[in-house]
Ligand binder design. Structure first.
Ligand code: DQA
Length: 142
């Protein structure tokens, strides 16, 4: 059993980026804590971060049939990407959209997700815990 953890643009900067909004933890901290939950429950975790829309699309396409679920923080592409939406719709693997911050108490342009309607679920505003809860949801489901 396998889970894929995908993170989009600028999330490689976590820990050094708007810490008041995103917290002090790094992307590596997130990956480690999700990996722990996965391993404890007999799942393997693969992690990938990219600042490039096309690379995220390639990873999503490649994931079909190979993973039980995808935990995905698409970052700013959430609000703009019809291309990523089409990919999520096309692949068979369920995706949970995760946001570290509560996008609903931020700027208006962050309130809308292009992707949520084609995702299995969405978690916002819970920091690192959001990624862990997404992993738990897939573990429970499989
Ligand atoms: C984010 C929210 C997005 O609006 C923003 O562009 C990000 C991070 C979050 O995790 O809270 O880069 O996805």
């Amino acid at each position: 059993k396998r889970l894929l953890l995908l993170n989009g643009p600028n999330l490689n900067l976590l820990g050094n980026r708007e810490n008041d909004i995103y917290g002090d933890f790094s992307l590596e901290d997130i990956e480690k804590s999700v990996e722990l939950i996965a391993k404890e429950n007999g799942f393997e975790l693969e992690c990938f971060q990219s600042n490039h829309e096309g690379e995220l699309i390639d990873r999503l396409q490649d994931a079909t049939g190979k993973f039980n679920g995808i935990i995905f923080n698409p970052a700013a592409y959430t609000h703009t990407s019809i291309a990523i939406r089409d990919t999520i719709k096309a692949i068979k693997t369920p995706v949970i959209e995760v946001h570290i911050s509560n996008v609903h108490n931020r700027e208006e342009f962050r309130h809308h997700s292009m992707l949520a309607p084609v995702c299995y679920g969405q978690i916002v505003g819970l920091g690192v815990m959001g990624y862990k809860l997404a992993a738990m949801a897939f573990i429970e489901k499989n």
